[in-house]
Design a protein. Structure first.
Ligand code: CU
Length: 475
């Protein structure tokens, strides 16, 4: 080593090299794969300059409490808006350089799936599926009008903000009383997949549906951030007892309706993409009591960000199932390179069911001895349920159901058989040819010879497959 290079010099060179590496990720030397990038924000007059700490220490608070905002960015100009299956983005206007939103908390007569509606609480006419979207560095002003009959407050989940904007009823602000409108305002010093929800009488208000996602796009995105399709998916759970018209938020367990953006399969809109598209699934979980291991078929994804921060490339790991804990978000990125209809669902089997699947005795393996036929003269619509999935799935079609209920599972699929899932499930539709991302391309048409069908006698004979005799090990 050159004698002139003192220890201090070496450290300086190391720091410069590090800074150079960071600068490669975005303009202005911001560490854009990370939340924050606080070094580029200037504190407003009167505030102390932040100490020059390493990035990791800064990430706990985001730096100064208030900073000079950066100019607002419009969708399609500086960022690609997220796709919200079964939902949409909250509109905004720009007033004097500030993005102004108006969130309205109100009762919504919500459609979960054919057969089930309930009076829920949501925002701007939607339940679980009104996404607020903005860009790092922007100043946002969010008016919240309370059209409910009870007091509330709204918390901005995962945000760096002044304490008085944090929205915890009674702790950081007075309640928003019925009929009142409250103003929240702060400058976004971070980017990522974040959320918002009622933070007053939490069990009731979040259980009634007062939850949503808040996506903050990076101002100077890293190259690996760019995707063709960017989906926002919010997971939640409900207790809606058969025949009732309101969620029962007093039940701690026994959620019987499991939703993605407020819908159960098959009413969950499919995620539509072209073969080779890079996707990001921004998944949040604001269920009352359940963590959800979200599982994808036919692909692997990488977990690229949490609600806390983006994960550096070197620390991302591949998965087919990501556990989304209550109050967490995860960004999952994948290349949709396999054409087909791929299930994307919570891997807890009771979470791909609806109301009527949970409340029967276990009848697997029973011989019903013609019970149905014997009982039908007395109870014309009687059907023994639970011996196999098909009975349960078709129940809704074959016999009268209690008012306002749905059967435990989905719908008839492309082969005429029932798809034996409902609840927290959707379909990733990957197609070589696509007219539009907004148009459901229908069921996948499998190339000849690529579907698991009944084996022919010729196949079985050729391969020595006998029904009563396993193949002998001839290796
Ligand atoms: Cu689940």
């Amino acid at each position: 080593m050159d004698k002139k290079l003192s220890r201090r010099n070496v450290l300086g060179i190391g720091a410069a090299a590090l800074a150079g590496g960071v600068a490669l990720l975005g303009k202005q030397g911001q560490a854009n794969t990370h939340m924050g990038g606080t070094s580029s924000y200037q504190p407003l007059a009167g505030q102390p300059k932040p100490a020059n700490r390493p990035h990791w220490e800064k990430s706990y608070s985001g730096g100064p409490i208030d900073v000079k905002p950066l100019p607002p960015v419009l969708p399609g100009k500086g960022y690609k808006p997220v796709a919200v299956p079964n939902g949409g983005a909250l509109p905004f206007k720009v007033i004097d350089g500030v993005k102004v939103f108006h969130l309205i908390a109100e009762e919504v007569d919500h459609f979960f799936d054919t057969g089930l509606r309930a009076k829920c609480w949501g925002f701007n006419g939607r339940v679980n599926s009104t996404v607020i979207e903005a860009v790092e560095g922007e100043r946002v002003r969010i008016y919240v009008t309370n059209k409910l009959g009870v007091s509330t407050s709204i918390h901005w989940h995962g945000f760096y903000l002044p304490n008085g904007m944090d929205g915890v009823g009674g702790l950081t602000q007075p309640y928003i009383m019925p009929g009142e409108t409250v103003k929240y305002e702060w400058t976004l010093r971070q980017h990522g997949t974040l959320m918002y929800h009622a933070h007053h009488d939490e069990m009731t208000q979040m259980g009634m549906g007062m939850v949503g996602m808040f996506v903050v796009h990076p101002r100077n995105p890293a190259p690996e951030h760019s995707v063709e399709r960017d989906f926002a998916l919010l997971l939640s759970e409900w207790v809606i007892e058969a025949g009732t018209a309101r969620p029962n938020t007093l039940k701690m367990n026994d959620a019987n309706i499991l939703t993605i953006n407020g819908k159960v399969f098959p009413s969950t809109a499919p995620l539509i993409c072209k073969t080779g598209d890079k996707l990001r699934l921004r998944v949040g979980n604001l269920s009352a009591m359940s963590h959800h291991p979200l599982h994808i078929h036919g692909h692997h994804f990488r977990i690229t960000a949490t609600d806390g921060e983006a994960i550096p490339l070197s620390a991302q790991w591949p998965e087919t199932t990501a556990l989304i804990g209550v109050g967490q978000t995860r960004d999952l990125q994948l290349i949709a390179d396999a054409p087909g209809d791929w299930a994307l669902h919570c891997h807890m089997t009771h979470h791909v069911m609806n109301q009527m699947g949970h409340q029967f005795p276990n009848l697997v393996g029973i011989k019903d001895g013609g019970l149905d036929e014997k009982l039908r003269p007395l109870l014309p619509a009687y059907m023994t349920m639970g011996q196999d999935g098909m009975d349960m799935g078709r129940m809704a079609e074959l016999m009268p159901m209690p008012k306002n209920t749905i059967s435990m599972k989905g719908k008839t699929g492309p082969f005429g058989d029932y798809i034996s899932m409902g609840g927290m499930m959707t379909v990733l539709k990957v197609r070589d040819q696509l007219r539009s991302y907004d148009e459901d391309p229908g069921w996948y048409k499998h190339p000849a010879g690529t579907v698991a069908l009944r084996a022919s006698a010729a196949d079985m004979s050729r391969d020595g497959i006998e029904m009563d005799k396993p193949v002998e090990d001839r290796s």
